[in-house]
Each structure stands twice: as C-alpha cells, then as structure tokens.
Design a protein around this ligand. Structure first.
Ligand code: NAD
Length: 277
C-alpha cells in the first residue's frame, strides 16, 4: 500500500490476542492505531511493545469500556486529539462464556446460569459496545465521506451453539448487514471479519480443553483486515471474510473469493419473507 493511503484506526479489545495480531498487521501498512481496551494497563503495554517493534509512536493505548457510551465518545476524542481523526473502526472487544466460567466453552452456560446480569454483560460489550463505538465515529466518517467499520462476529456454528454469546454475535452480524445498506453511498463501508473457528487467544481458557496447537492463530485475521482497510476495498460493503480461509499465498482476488461472502444470511432472508405488497 502506498503510504498516502495510511489511516487512523481504533481497534476495540486491542490488547487481546486477535486485536494485537490485527494491529501488528495494520502497522505494516503504516496506519496509526489506537488500542482501546477495558484493561488500560494491557493496552498501554501492548502499544509500547508495538511502538518498539516499529520504532515509532504509531500506536496509542487507550483505557475504556465500550459498554459505556460516554467512554466511547471520550475515547474517540482522545484518539482524534492524538491523530487528527478516526477513519477505521474495528469492533473487536468481546465478552465470552469463559468470562463467566473458565470451562464455559466446553460445558456451555445453562439457562439457570443466565441471570439477567450475566445475560446483560454479554450484550453490553458485544453488541451495545459496537453500536456505541459506531455512533461515536460515524459523524466524522460521514463528513469526510470515507470510513471503514469492521465488526468481528463469530462462526455461524457458534452463533447457534453458545448462549448468550452466539446471540450477541448474531445481532452484530445482522447489524453489519443492515448498516452496510443504510450507509451505502456515504463512503462508509461495513464488513465482518471472523477467524473461522476457535482461535488461540486468552479468550479460551485451558479449561475449554481445546488443544492450542490445533486452533487457528490470531494472525489469520491480518490479511482481510489489511485489505479492508486499504483503498482497494472502497466499494466492498456488507461482506464477511473468514480469515482462516484466506490464503495469503494465493493471488489476492482468489484469496478474497475463497474467504468472502455476503454478511449475515441474505439467501435465507430472501427465501422466507412474506412481505405485504
Ligand atoms: P481476548 O480475550 O484475547 O481479547 C478480547 C479483548 O477485549 C481483551 O483485551 C479485553 O480486555 C477486551 N474487552 C472485553 N470487554 C471489553 C469492553 N467492555 N470494553 C473494551 N474492551 C473490552 O479475545 P480474542 O480472541 O482476541 O477476541 C477478540 C474478538 O474475537 C472477540 O470479539 C471474540 O468474540 C472474537 N472471536 C474470538 C474467537 C476465539 O476463538 N478466540 C473466535 C471467533 C471470534
């Protein structure tokens, strides 16, 4: 990518496994990044490490809880003060079953465990947080006629398996498809990126009893994130890319075709609606 195409991105949950891997890949293209994380110390630590790796001050660690709209607005102001504006938003912060019980991905949370408080915690971060962040960055993106919103959901398999995590990610997937349509023509695109299966990060605890060696690596998210952040993807919206299916060894068009499809479930939606004339 030409350096002229460099942008400013916020990656929520940027101190985590996938957030850090995406940040490391985006730095290769010269973007400036803010890692927004509820764990502000971790965000600062990861930012220091990445700045040290690239020998510049391109990464800012920002403390903030995406479930709080005021903290989202504040984070966007902080990043805009530091870097001028926000061009790319990666909604990656996530709350999973292992946050409630370390073995929650192996022995799924039961209805008895889904108190209103527990249920609300998942929705507060995974879907409400994404909405608050989008609303915080959107005015600037629309005014400039350029913006990228990239939502990290999960595999369709997981959406139907693990509650309420799956429901929150299905909501973000549906929102991605709907908001891509709403923003069509504004210069702001909305797309989804997922790894494609269990991924070796602190999100899954050892009690989930999955062999890390057999899991996807968070680096699989790098190529689709890099491409969606580039000017080459200006006309791409309402799409979903599976990092684990993107083969960087293939020509880009082939890799994109193998990893991409429409966000959500548009075929199912079109086939089953009875809409009044
Ligand atoms: P991770 O636990 O390593 O990172 C998640 C980060 O989000 C953490 O740094 C955490 O502090 C931060 N966070 C949590 N709640 C927050 C909040 N309210 N505000 C701000 N930051 C918050 O997990 P990961 O595997 O890197 O997950 C990143 C995303 O990928 C999540 O949305 C997750 O649902 C999704 N995902 C993960 C997997 C997997 O198997 N690891 C698979 C599919 C999708």
């Amino acid at each position: 990518m030409a350096k002229g195409d460099t942008r400013v991105a916020i990656i929520t949950g940027g101190a985590g496994g996938i957030g850090t891997a995406m940040a490391r890949r985006m730095l290769v293209d010269g973007h400036r990044l803010a890692l927004l994380d509820i764990d502000g110390d971790a965000a600062a630590r990861v930012a220091d490490t990445l700045n040290h790796e690239v020998g510049s001050n391109s990464v800012l660690g920002v403390a903030g809880d995406v479930s709080d709209p005021g903290q989202c607005d504040q984070a966007v102001s902080t990043v805009s003060d530091a870097f001028g504006q926000v061009d790319i938003l990666v909604n990656n912060a996530g709350f999973g079953a292992c946050h409630i019980r370390p073995d929650g991905e192996k022995n799924l949370l039961t209805l008895e465990e889904l108190t209103p408080e527990v249920w609300g915690q998942f929705f507060a971060t995974n879907i409400n947080g994404a909405l608050h962040m989008i609303r915080a960055v959107l005015p600037g993106m629309k005014a400039r006629g350029w913006g990228r919103i990239i939502n990290v959901t999960t595999s369709f398999f997981t959406m139907l398996r693990s509650m309420p995590y799956g429901a929150t990610k299905a909501a973000l997937e549906a929102g991605s498809a709907a908001w891509a349509k709403e923003l069509d023509g504004t210069g702001v695109t909305v797309n989804v990126v997922v790894p494609g299966g269990p991924t070796d990060t602190p999100f899954l605890k050892p009690e989930s009893e999955m062999d890390p060696a057999k899991m996807l690596k968070p680096e699989v998210m790098g190529p689709p994130i890099a491409w969606l952040s580039s000017d080459a993807a200006s006309n791409v919206t309402g799409q979903r890319f599976i990092g684990g299916l993107w083969d960087p060894a293939k020509p880009e068009a082939e890799a994109i075709a193998a990893a991409g499809s429409a966000a959500g479930w548009p075929d199912l939606a079109a086939a089953t609606v009875i809409w009044p004339d």
